[in-house]
Ligand binder design. Structure first.
Ligand code: ADP
Ligand code: ADP
Length: 227
């Protein structure tokens, strides 16, 4: 059971004159698949990164299961994140890329092996565990990035434009895989995309973030509507 609550969240980067995120509010239910859509620069990534703990929250409160998380270190948040550029370690094998977050958290070797092999099986990576990222296709790299997140068995799953580097055909098939994965693992999920079809297909609920019409190019974000 995992709920996520963002209350009056603001973000201003030190170098910026305007807020990147301004008074963002949302309650996310257990196992809900939320999709953020909106134009480039409206604060989608920043919001995800604040939830993950990769950016400080300037103002406002983030809660997971009613516990305030603002000052909790990323590795202690029980959140897994998939990035647009996959962020794989080039010198490590697929196995070690997937195992990395578990090693960091001091899981024992047998448990790491069990989890990595299970995730590899789910994602069709079993025969690729000894390869390096450079020897994989785009779709396979994307699966490794997802595998690295699902081995964590995290309560909250964050995906920042995970499919946007793939070609159109692969995007459609990976979209179906993500839907299937969510039905199987059921983590409370926030998914960022600017692809409306992707949003409509995957979401339990879509949050439309929009840039403020008065914003200059250095800053952004005003309103959030929920539909
Ligand atoms: P989106 O994910 O919707 O494209 P971002 O969250 O990346 O939007 O960016 C929101 C705003 O914050 C943009 O105006 C962007 O230029 C600014 N921004 C993002 N990252 C930084 C940063 N590290 N330093 C300063 N400004 C940033
Ligand atoms: P370390 O980085 O701690 O030296 P290793 O990279 O040698 O660890 O491997 C950690 C564990 O993962 C070992 O138990 C190893 O047998 C297992 N392992 C590594 N690669 C694979 C793989 N491709 N398939 C299954 N198990 C693997």
């Amino acid at each position: 059971m995992t709920t996520l609550n963002l209350e009056h969240i603001f973000k201003k980067y030190p170098s910026a004159t305007q807020y990147a995120v301004e008074d963002f509010n949302i309650d996310i239910k257990d196992k809900e698949f939320i999709v953020f859509v909106g134009p480039s620069g409206c604060g989608k990534s920043t919001t995800l990164r604040m939830v993950a703990g990769l950016e400080d929250i300037t103002e406002g409160t983030l809660r997971i299961n009613d516990k305030v998380m603002n000052d909790v270190a990323p590795k202690d948040r029980d959140i897994a994140m998939v990035f647009q550029n996959y962020a794989l370690y080039p010198h490590m094998t697929v196995f070690d890329n997937m195992a990395f977050g578990l090693k960091l958290r001091k899981f024992d070797k047998a448990e790491i092996k069990r989890r990595v092999e299970e995730a590899a099986e789910i994602l069709g990576l079993t025969n690729l565990l000894d390869r390096k990222p450079a020897d994989l296709s785009g779709g396979q790299r994307q699966r490794v990035a997802m595998g690295r997140a699902i081995v964590r068995d995290a309560k909250v799953f964050l995906m920042d434009e995970p499919l946007s580097n793939l070609d159109a055909k692969l995007r459609v098939s990976m979209r179906a895989e993500i839907a299937k994965l969510h039905r199987r693992i059921g983590s409370t999920t926030i998914y960022v995309t600017h692809d409306q079809t992707e949003a409509m297909t995957l979401a339990d609920r879509i949050v439309i973030m929009s840039s403020s019409p008065n914003a200059d190019n250095s800053g952004t974000v005003g309103k959030v509507e929920q539909i």
